[in-house]
Design a protein around this ligand. Structure first.
Ligand code: TYD
Length: 153
């Protein structure tokens, strides 16, 4: 029987303050691990408003941005570097659409989110965004640790 090796990729995932507050850290991590993701880095941190502005530059001009800042700074978050084949796209699939009413049943947001804002988890939307977010939350990490080039079966 042939054994195929699949190249892995890393992505950035963040469990938002509602997820931490509601005790959903284990539930969220389990969903990624069951799908084959490996936790490479994990850190529980309190975001500042500056962190939120850097994390969501595309939303800075939105009228609801102050509310996002208020929410994202309302308690600790868990920042994660996760590794899997097609990690960026697979994580977005596991997380589901921004609005839980539009998210696929079985996704984290469809199953666990209580509103568009309080949607439990963030996942990077591209490889370049993942690199930027990993560098922001894990500034000590070397590039080669963040950008996985090895293969595992
Ligand atoms: P966005 O980057 O558009 O979505 P996603 O998290 O799915 O990549 O938005 C970032 C976060 O901003 C989103 O998860 C929740 C919040 N948000 C609101 O509170 N209201 C809104 O109308 C939108 C579009 C986003």
């Amino acid at each position: 029987m042939a054994i195929y090796k699949q190249a892995t990729e890393t992505t950035f995932v963040l469990i938002k303050p509602d997820g931490v507050r509601r005790g959903l850290v284990g539930e969220v991590l389990a969903r990624f691990e069951r799908r084959g993701f490996v936790v490479r880095r994990a850190s529980c941190v309190q975001m500042t408003s500056g962190d939120v502005a850097e994390h969501y530059p595309h939303l800075a001009a939105e009228p609801f941005f102050p509310e996002i800042v208020g929410f994202m700074t309302s308690g600790p978050v868990v920042a994660l570097v996760l590794e899997a084949p097609n990690a960026v796209a697979a994580a977005r699939q596991i997380v589901g659409a921004t609005d839980p009413m539009k998210a696929e049943p079985g996704s984290i947001r469809a199953d666990l989110a209580t509103s568009v804002r309080f949607n439990v988890v963030h996942a990077a939307d591209s490889e370049s965004t993942a690199r930027r977010e990993i560098a922001h939350f894990f500034p000590g990490a070397r590039d080669e640790e963040n950008d996985v080039s090895d293969e595992r079966s």
